[in-house]
Design a protein around this ligand. Sequence first.
Ligand SMILES: Cc1cc2nc3c(=O)[nH]c(=O)nc-3n(C[C@H](O)[C@H](O)[C@H](O)COP(=O)(O)OP(=O)(O)OC[C@H]3O[C@@H](n4cnc5c(N)ncnc54)[C@H](O)[C@@H]3O)c2cc1C
Length: 436
Amino acid sequence: MVYDLVVVGAGPGGSAVSKIAAEEGLKVIMIERGRYPGEKNTSGSTIWGNVAREIVPDFPADAPIERVVDGSRMYWVPEPGPNWAENSSASDDRSKVDPLNVYRNEFDKWWSEQAVKAGAELKTKTKAVNVIRDGTVIKGVITETGEKIEGKITIAADGVNSHIGRMAGLRSKWPAQEVALCVKYDWYFGDENIVTERWGSGIEDGVLIEIYWGATVAGEAGYFWIFPNRDSVSLGLGSLMSDYVIHKYNAHWYMWNAIEHPLVAPKLKGGKIREIHAHAIPLTDPNPNTGQINSSYGDGIMIVGDAAGMVCAIDGAGWYGAVKAGKIAAKVALKAIEEDDCSAKMLSKYEKKWSKGDVGKTLSIGKELETWLVRDMTINGLAKLMASSQGVNSMYHPMEIPISGQFENLEKLMAGVRPIRFAIRPFVELISQMIK
Ligand SMILES: Cc1cc2nc3c(=O)[nH]c(=O)nc-3n(C[C@H](O)[C@H](O)[C@H](O)COP(=O)(O)OP(=O)(O)OC[C@H]3O[C@@H](n4cnc5c(N)ncnc54)[C@H](O)[C@@H]3O)c2cc1C
C-alpha cells in the first residue's frame, strides 16, 4: 500500500499535519517510536489555545488541560548583589494570547487522537531508521524491523535530532552552540489547593508562570522557570550545550541552586520530585540560507517543528511553531497530491509560507533577541539592569509575540538596537551602576 503521507513522529507537529491532511481526505499514517504519543516527551507545559483551535476548532473540548495561564511573573535576580526585582503581566484579551499548561505526556496522546478520529492511522512502537530513496526522491521510510512504509510525501516531524531529516540530507547535527540542554523536574504536591494558593493570580482562576532571570538562580546563560500544573509544578532550567562545556556547568547543580534559593524554596515546600527529564531544544537560525538547515523540503519530503529548528530561541517555545508549520505542510501536501506533483519545486511552497508568515517572523526575531540578550548583553546584565531600576514594570514575554501582534513594535525595537548591539553590554553596566 502506498500512503499519501507518511508522517514520522506523533508529537505536536506530526499530529497537526496528520489531522488536517486526513480531514481533507488524504491517506495518512503516523509512525511513533513510543508506546503511545507523548510517552517520550520531556517538554514543559505551555501551549496556546488559539493556535490549537486552528487544528481542532472546538478546542479545548475534552482535552486534558492542567491550568489556565493568566500571565507571567518575572524575577530579575542578578549576581553579584542582593537586589532583585519582580514584575508581572496578565493577559487581558484571551482571544489573542491564550496560554494553557498541559502535561505533555497526556496531552500529546489526546492531540494525536484528534488525528486518528479524522482518519489517520497511528502505528506506535515503531521507529523509522531510514528513508526509501529513488534517486533524489524520498518515497517513505524503513523501520527498525526492516518494514518499508511507502508514501507519496514523507513528513519528518521526529524532533530535535531528526534522524529522518538527516537521512534525507535536509540537515545535519546541530552544533553545540545552537542547541540548549534543558532539565525538567516535575515537583509534586498532590494537592491542587497548594498550587492555587501559591501561583493563582485571582484573574479568571488562572495561574502565573514564573521566570527567574540572572546568574544567581540560573547561571549566566539561561533562566529557571516554574510552570504550575494541577497538583504539581514543572521546574525547568536550560543552557546552551556549548556553555555547559565552556563554563563546566552542571544543570542539576543549578537546578538545586534554584530550588533552594530564598525566593523559590518557600513556594516549593511540601513538594517532592516525581519525574526528572532532560532533553535538547534547537535554538538555531531557522533561515535555510544562513542557518543550520539546508532546506525544509526536498523531492517528496518536508520537515516540521523541532526537526527543522522551529523553536523561538529566546524562550525555547516550539509548540506553536510545530503546529502552525504542520498545518501549512498539510495544505501544501494536499495541493501536491491533487496535482500529482510531489517534487521539491512544488513542496517549496511550504518553506515560502512558513518563513514569510508568523512562524518565520517569530523565529527570526527570537533568534535576534537571543543573540543580543544571551551573547552581547548577557542575561545577568539584563537582570542587573532590571533589578536596579525602579519603575520597570512591563516587558512583553516573547511567548506573546506570535499571537498578540507585537511584531511591528519588536521589529522597530530591533531595528533601533541592531547598529549598537555590540556596544550595548558596557552601556548596560554603566546605566545599572548609575541607577544604584
Ligand atoms: C524541558 C523542555 C521544556 C519545554 N517547554 C516548552 C513550553 O513550555 N512551550 C513550548 O511551546 N515549547 C516547549 N518546549 C519545546 C517543545 O517541547 C517542542 O518545541 C515541541 O514539542 C516540538 O514538537 P515536535 O512535534 O516538532 O517534536 P517532538 O515534540 O519532539 O515530537 C517528536 C515525536 O517524534 C517521535 N520520534 C522521534 N524519532 C522518531 C523515529 N525515528 N521514529 C518514530 N518516531 C520518532 C518522538 O517519540 C516524538 O513523539 C520545551 C522543550 C523542553 C525540552
